[in-house]
Design a binder for this molecule. Structure first.
Ligand SMILES: C[S@@+](CC[C@H](N)C(=O)[O-])C[C@H]1O[C@@H](n2cnc3c(N)ncnc32)[C@H](O)[C@@H]1O
Length: 228
């Protein structure tokens, strides 16, 4: 029987974090930004998908939770306290997961680390909110979505995005922003309806101006409706 420390049972990942783990490249060093409970870090290191994982969080209490969850993994998981990617040197990790934060926070974290605007980095992004705005931001900054998986967790649909910088900044189509690459996946029609409801709610909170006009155009495009 294998009694090595990492042979302890792997933590259960929900559909959202399972889909995120599947986009992490085997053999890469990963950074789990906003690791909180530490399940993803523990799974990536414990399954030996990644020889080294940086478990990172802004706040001490979540980081302490992750330290407990990964205690049996020894040096395979290292812990960093601080905001976003500030805690890493460029190149320390090649696969970067940012899950469970709002799109705005994810965009701020990436903006503050221009070194990830490089095709060497494999980004796995799981926004808790405003998926459309994150897709639009990625396209405008020159990233492409290499893959995207719909995941149902805690009663909601999440889009798990796998992004890579390809130096091709462009203005994406509205429907692509709303639904990304999920057409044909189980739950895709429900996801699209969920996205439209959220977009309309977001629109109601905007005052007149360029952002309101852009969102109106997007709603009209979706309601006219085809998949991207
Ligand atoms: C909802 S939890 C998500 C946990 C886990 N990634 C998941 O998806 O299940 C969000 C975590 O992100 C952390 N966080 C928020 N802003 C952050 C930032 N700028 N840098 C690093 N961590 C951050 C919070 O402290 C919290 O532990």
């Amino acid at each position: 029987m294998n009694t090595s420390p990492s042979s302890k049972a792997l933590p259960h990942l929900d559909a959202r974090l399972s889909a995120a783990a599947a986009f992490v490249r085997p053999g890469s060093t990963a950074a789990d930004i906003g690791c909180d409970h530490g399940k993803l870090s523990a799974w990536l290191a414990g399954s030996e998908r990644c020889p080294l994982v940086f478990a990172c969080d802004l706040r001490p209490d979540p980081l302490a939770k992750a330290q407990r969850a990964c205690a049996h993994l020894g040096e395979k998981v290292q812990f960093r306290l601080g905001s976003g990617l500030d805690v890493l040197q460029p190149g320390e990790a090649q696969d970067i997961i940012i899950a469970g934060m709002g799109a705005q926070t994810i965009m701020e974290i990436l903006n503050a680390a221009p070194w990830v605007f490089d095709p060497a980095y494999n980004l796995v992004l799981v926004p808790a909110t405003k998926h459309s705005l994150l897709r639009r931001w990625l396209a405008q900054r020159g990233f492409t979505l290499q893959g995207e998986t719909l995941a149902h967790a805690a009663g909601r649909w999440y889009a798990v995005m796998n992004a890579r910088y390809i130096a091709d900044p462009h203005e994406p189509k509205g429907l692509w922003c709303l639904c990304g690459l999920v057409e044909g996946q189980p739950g895709a029609e429900e996801y699209r309806a969920q996205q439209l409801v959220k977009l309309k709610k977001y629109r109601r909170g905007l005052t007149a101006g360029p952002e309101a006009e852009a969102v109106d155009a997007l709603i009209a495009e979706v309601e006219a409706g085809k998949w991207p």
